[in-house]
Design a protein around this ligand. Structure first.
Ligand SMILES: NC(=O)c1ccc[n+]([C@@H]2O[C@H](COP(=O)([O-])OP(=O)(O)OC[C@H]3O[C@@H](n4cnc5c(N)ncnc54)[C@H](OP(=O)(O)O)[C@@H]3O)[C@@H](O)[C@H]2O)c1
Length: 326
């Protein structure tokens, strides 16, 4: 049995209830993990509210770290007792223990603790595939300018540091002056408070009227139009989230004046094979192990107070990563 957060229908934070559920044995290709720490992500909010529709009842959570307790048939990269961490479908990490596909579960290097493991897998692998694999035609070179929205958040603070390590000039946006300072302290070259300033005008100014090569946009509805304005000809609009609400349907013609490229990317297509997932995780473990990227765990909640954690995240009151402790 394991204490588990379950929802029976979509709704506000109050629909999340702590229940005791059987965990079961792993089937072929699966493992059972006992969580030491669980990662909180904005996707959990989309799934809780019903913006992303999933079968009910549902246990939320797509990121965690802990110890492997049982290994199903055919799993060769993990054994009982291994320290491990993951970002994985289907949801279910808001629990003391769970069974899940082994494919995206990676052994955690000794130098990385469980809390950090739970705070960095989904967010860090996302920064990895965006900065390393979601690139404009011709790629990105040191000195290139990119725009990153919500840069003081979980994915954002990792991206600021990683972009700096790669030599890119990252222009950050964030929702308060304090958050802007945090992005700058973590490697952003410029920071714009997009609640008080016109970020497209500031980007024009910073780039001498040229625009940026890529906009990494997870805010969605509120930033979409101005994000397109920020791009230079042949630039890439990398849309990867909708924290302010989904982007309304668009016509491809909006891309025409600057021959722009558009992608709507998700981590789960990138980590769909064991090989890709492990290669991306190794890259992440290297950059964290080298100290070039530090994982900032700014909020910790007991699993039993998951409602409080969701309220803070939705109110834009968190910075960096948040973990839940089972
Ligand atoms: N597609 C993928 O593969 C993928 C994977 C991971 C994450 N994501 C997306 O990346 C984003 C960041 O994820 P995260 O877990 O690290 O969350 P987060 O950035 O820590 O939190 C979301 C942030 O979005 C900003 N925001 C802007 N408008 C908002 C609004 N109306 N309501 C709430 N927040 C708003 C807030 O920062 P400010 O106050 O600074 O504006 C808030 O702190 C999310 O949109 C998430 O869905 C996508």
């Amino acid at each position: 049995m394991a204490l588990t957060v379950q929802i029976d229908q979509p709704g506000g934070p109050e629909v999340m209830k702590l229940v005791d559920l059987p965990v079961g044995e792993p089937g072929p290709g699966q493992v059972r993990i006992r969580h030491e720490a669980i990662g909180l992500n904005f996707i959990d909010v989309y799934q809780r509210t019903g913006l992303y529709t999933l079968p009910m009842p549902l246990t939320l959570g797509m990121e965690g770290a802990g110890v492997i307790e049982a290994v199903g048939e055919g799993v060769t990269h993990l054994k009982v007792g291994d320290r491990a961490a993951y970002a994985s479908n289907p949801p279910g990490s808001y629990s003391q223990a769970r069974v899940l596909p082994a494919l995206a579960v990676c052994r955690l290097p000794e130098s990385i603790g469980f809390d950090t493991g739970a705070a960095m897998m989904l967010k860090g692998l996302t920064a990895q595939y965006l900065l390393r694999r979601t690139l404009p035609v011709g790629g990105l070179q040191p000195g290139d300018q990119i725009l990153w929205h919500a840069a003081a958040g979980g994915v954002g603070l990792i991206a600021c540091q990683w972009a700096k390590a790669l030599g890119y000039e990252l222009i950050a946006t964030a929702g308060s002056d304090e958050k802007c300072q945090l992005a700058l302290a973590n490697g952003a070259a410029h920071a714009i408070n997009y609640r008080t300033e016109d970020f497209a005008a500031r980007v024009r100014e910073i780039t001498g009227g040229q625009g940026v090569k890529v906009v990494y946009d997870s805010v969605g509805k509120d930033t979409w139009d101005k994000s397109l304005e920020c791009l230079r000809p042949f630039g890439l609009m990398a849309s990867f989230g909708n924290a302010s609400g989904p982007v309304p349907p668009i016509s491809p013609a909006v891309l025409a004046p600057k021959s722009l490229y558009l992608t709507r990317a998700t981590l789960f297509t990138h980590i769909a094979t064991r090989e890709n997932c492990q290669a991306m995780a190794d890259d992440l473990f290297d950059v964290v192990g080298s100290g070039k990227v530090k994982i900032h765990i700014e909020q910790r909640f007991p699993l039993a107070d998951v409602q409080g954690a969701h309220r803070l995240l939705e109110a834009r009151k968190t910075t960096g990563s948040t973990i839940l402790l089972p």
